[in-house]
Ligand binder design. Structure first.
Ligand SMILES: Nc1ncnc2c1ncn2[C@@H]1O[C@H](COP(=O)(O)OP(=O)(O)OP(=O)(O)O)[C@@H](O)[C@H]1O
Ligand SMILES: [Mg+2]
Length: 371
């Protein structure tokens, strides 16, 4: 029987942090008490340090899905991971670890696997580091003619004047290497140079990394998951964001507030429409762009691509997630599992499909799977 190592990062219990992830036991107020002061306490300045990591329910669900394929050995991606991996003698690692620190954090676990000669699922260290840097990703996309909004990378406050001159307003400002919408709030949309300078300085100071300033894409938003490799890579049913589901007056963006503050258990936002209700031509364009982005960045096995239309209805790639969020509870609004469900793939089948894609690439044999 194959030995499957399972690499993950588990979000610390809420008591250990002020992380605002409502999918944990975090002290998120219930619906009625979610007033302005509670919102302010949670965002935009809430401590979102652990927003990328997975909760115990996700980790349990992935382990359960992998069990029919082999013996699963949990390898939490902390501390002496490398030593535990070496001793575990696994045939393959199923990797969802977001990593601990730094702009290459998502690459650390795959790099350790490569160093020890252990096969692993999903993208390699290079692709993971590339996609975590949204500016370098945009360079890779542009070089291949994959449409993405014009941008300026702001390294220090002096660059803000350059961004102001180079891009038409409104613009959108976000940290260059975060995920799960850390640092992306309503104040990311800057309508004037004054707002750009305020937000830009705030983000530089708070996240201690360059700020990506882009043309604001004013149209609809989509996210599209890809499963597979090479010619067999296929786009799962595309999801459209229903911004009408956001609180009245909210901006049409899927940022920190929409993901982590307004979308709480028991009062989930009905924000995802899957399959996206769009005409065949736009769907084909979205799918084409999604696969082009997947290939341009060298993604493997699975990924999720975020897209938006500009004010003329032309689709652009916003960013690529080679370690996509995979919360198992259908009520949890997790995009990739939702797209898989719409395609007729259960959560177990999705996880097993990814394990098999990785195993096939690496010549590892896995056992049966779900009936
Ligand atoms: N140039 C842009 N124009 C308009 N909206 C944007 C732009 N860039 C980002 N957004 C909005 O901000 C949201 C978050 O941005 P992005 O997807 O880059 O961040 P993320 O935090 O890495 O997301 P994820 O949670 O998918 O990892 C997008 O879903 C979109 O609503
Ligand atoms: Mg995104």
């Amino acid at each position: 029987m194959a030995r499957i190592g399972f690499a993950y990062n588990q979000r610390p219990p809420a008591s250990a942090t002020t992380a605002a992830g409502p999918r944990t036991d975090a002290p998120i107020p219930d619906d009625d008490s979610l007033d302005a002061s509670a919102l302010l306490a949670l965002a935009p300045d809430a401590d979102d340090e652990f927003a990328e990591w997975d909760d115990p329910a996700t980790i349990d669900a992935v382990e359960a899905a992998l069990r029919p394929l082999g013996e699963v050995i949990r390898l939490e991606a902390v501390g002496d991971f490398a030593e535990r991996l070496r001793r575990a003698r696994v045939d393959i690692v199923f990797n969802i670890a977001e990593g601990l620190h730094g702009p290459n954090r998502e690459s650390h676990i795959p790099a350790i696997c490569e160093f020890l000669g252990v096969p692993y699922t999903a993208s390699d260290p290079f692709t993971l580091a590339l996609c975590l840097d949204k500016a370098r990703t945009k360079e890779a996309l542009s070089a291949r003619g994959v449409r993405t909004a014009p941008w300026v990378l702001v390294q220090d406050p002096d660059d803000l004047a350059r961004a102001e001159r180079a891009l038409p307003f409104p613009v959108f400002a976000k940290p260059v290497h975060e995920g799960s919408s850390k640092g992306i709030t309503e104040r990311s949309l800057c309508r004037t140079p004054v707002e750009l300078h305020e937000t830009g300085r705030f983000l530089l100071e708070r996240y201690r990394q360059p700020v990506l300033v882009e043309r604001y894409l004013a149209g609809e938003e989509f996210t599209a998951a890809v499963l597979g490799n090479g010619r067999d890579a296929r786009v799962l049913p595309v999801i459209r964001m229903n911004f009408a589901s956001l609180p009245e007056g909210a901006l049409p963006i899927y940022g920190f507030e929409a993901k982590w503050v307004w979308d709480v258990p028991g009062a989930a936002l009905d924000i995802h429409e899957c399959p996206a209700p769009v005409d065949a031509r736009l769907l084909a364009e979205l799918e084409h762009l999604t696969l082009a982005a997947y290939r341009a960045t060298g993604c493997r096995d699975w990924a999720r691509v975020d897209l938006r239309l500009d004010d003329a209805g032309v689709p652009h790639v916003v960013e690529i997630n080679p370690l996509p969020g995979i919360m198992p509870d259908p009520a949890a609004n997790s995009c990739l599992p939702m797209a898989a469900r719409t395609a007729g793939l259960s959560y177990e089948a999705l996880i097993q499909a990814v394990a098999r894609l990785g195993a096939e690439r690496c010549g590892v044999a896995l056992a049966g799977g779900v009936a």
